[in-house]
Design a binder for this molecule. Structure first.
Ligand SMILES: [Zn+2]
Length: 487
């Protein structure tokens, strides 16, 4: 097996992937906060890590893939300001907070299924792990890195930074980070500007609350991922992933919490997916350019010319490296849609390809190139380029412009199965394939009638059929073994 290299945010280098206990691999990805519909930027993160998970499995690793559901404790501001997102939405929709959680968790799973993402091995929720979070906070306090102010527990960033390095994930010194935050006012409960809440005291109106050694309250957002990742993957595990927007605060705080607790860096490889833009502008609610997955599928948004199938969108995402910005535009989506069709059509053609006695193409080398692309930090755009090359070979073989042995045809089938379906997670469009099956039957009937006309020497009729099919966009090719057709 060739070595796999991946870009590690922590070291800012591409490194060879060496799991702690091969063939076991621990993978943790920060999941959604289920207080509203999942947005497309999040979908990109989960689709990227689904591809990464699939490739690790394909290489033979036994991956425990943990992706959490944040269903409590997420305040509007990353630094513990503002209202609880769930409580606010519950008030707005006149529902219980747990009804909000249920509604959007179901919606999230529907979208993940539409994109053909494999469910994680474990999908733990914050509310299901309150005890573990309280336990971890107690340990951080025992080690002297947290303090209590009137029922709220804060992590002491400056004290932590004396023993460890707080800004290592974003490669920033504490002084620089302090410069970027506002001065504390006299009313602040925290001692340091960068301190963040591990546990937040419940207000009289707080709906979601739990008892703790410090009174009734709820956990801060960051502690859940530290508590749940160490519970299911151990104090030190292989890969932690998430969107790039989580790097500076959420993931930086996760490292601090775990390191304060265990005095060990919790994660060997940090991986981050880049953001989405629409026509070059960052996708966001405030810019009004943030369409939802459902709107993208139906085309029901002013920025969309038409709807795009989940598989066409997935393929579109695979055509950009997960670490680069991905720009949505109608032109780019339509180009991907065509490319995806071309790939799928060549897959159908491959099934009926007739073998020759020799090969004029090196299919084994093509397979090696596919692995090289994936081993180079999961470079799916390069992989797709090689698969288009495979499609070209298949189409040329079908047109008798080149020849392939049965072994090479079988190897091509393996390449499609491994990389198109297993690793990139694409599916043949169910509806498309149904319609195609019907069309194939109709066309075979039309060609039979035309052949009968030819046998009967009714050439005006056979020509008329051919011309009318050409008008309809169907091309007929007459060969020694009968007639064939293509659109
Ligand atoms: Zn997280």
């Amino acid at each position: 097996m060739q070595p796999l290299f991946l870009y590690n945010t922590l070291t800012r280098k591409k490194e060879e992937f060496k799991p702690i206990n091969p063939p076991l691999v621990g993978l943790y990805v920060c999941g959604p906060t289920v207080y509203s519909d999942v947005h497309l930027g999040n979908c990109r993160t989960f689709i990227s890590f689904d591809m990464i998970y699939r490739y690790l499995v394909h290489l033979g690793y036994k991956v425990r893939y943990v992706r959490n559901i944040t269903d409590a404790g997420h305040l509007e501001g990353d630094r513990d300001e503002g209202d609880d997102k769930f409580a606010k939405k519950a008030k707005l929709e006149q529902l219980e907070p747990m009804e909000i959680v249920q509604k959007y968790t179901v919606g999230f799973h529907d979208v993940m299924r539409a994109f053909n993402n494999i469910p994680p091995s474990i999908e733990p929720t914050a509310t299901g792990h309150i005890c573990e979070q309280i336990e971890m906070i107690k340990q951080i306090m025992d080690k002297g890195f947290a303090y209590e102010t009137e029922g709220t527990i804060y992590f002491d960033v400056e004290k932590y930074n004396k023993d460890f390095s707080y800004g290592q994930l974003t490669n920033r010194k504490l002084d620089e980070l302090l410069e970027g935050t506002r001065e504390l006012s006299g009313q602040d409960e925290k001692r340091g500007r960068l301190d963040f809440a591990l546990w937040i005291k419940a207000k009289p109106e707080t709906l979601m609350r739990w008892p703790s050694p410090w009174g009734w309250g709820f956990p801060g957002w960051h502690i859940e991922c530290s508590a749940m990742s160490s519970k299911y993957l151990g104090d030190v595990f292989d890969i932690h992933g998430g969107g790039m927007d989580l790097q500076a605060t959420h993931h930086t705080n996760e490292i601090a919490q775990s390191q304060a607790c265990n005095h060990k860096a919790p994660v060997n490889y940090w991986m981050h997916t880049n953001m989405l833009t629409v026509n070059g502008v960052r996708m966001s609610k405030s810019a009004g350019n943030g369409f939802l997955p459902g709107e993208l599928f139906t085309g029901d948004h002013p920025l969309l010319e038409k709807g795009y199938s989940p598989m066409a969108v997935r393929f579109f995402m695979m055509q950009t490296h997960y670490h680069s910005t991905l720009d949505f535009s109608n032109e780019a989506l339509q180009a991907s849609e065509k490319g995806f069709e071309r790939l799928m059509d060549s897959y159908s053609t491959l099934q009926t390809l007739k073998a020759g006695s020799s090969s004029s193409e090196d299919i084994k080398a093509l397979q090696t190139k596919c692995y090289d692309a994936m081993n180079d930090d999961f470079n799916t755009p390069i992989l797709v380029a090689h698969l288009f090359d495979a499609a070209r070979i298949v189409n040329s073989a079908n047109d008798n412009k080149l020849s392939l042995t049965q072994n090479d045809i079988d190897l091509l089938k393996t390449i499609y199965q491994n990389f198109v379906f297993d690793v990139m997670g694409l599916q043949t469009e169910q509806e498309n394939s149904k319609a195609n099956a019907v069309l194939a039957k109709v066309m075979s009937m039309v060609l039979d009638i035309r052949n009968k006309a030819k046998v009967d020497k009714n050439f005006p009729l056979s020509d008329e059929i051919r011309n009318k099919l050409t008008d309809a966009g169907v091309q007929i090719k007459d060969g020694k073994e009968g007639s064939s057709w293509k659109i």
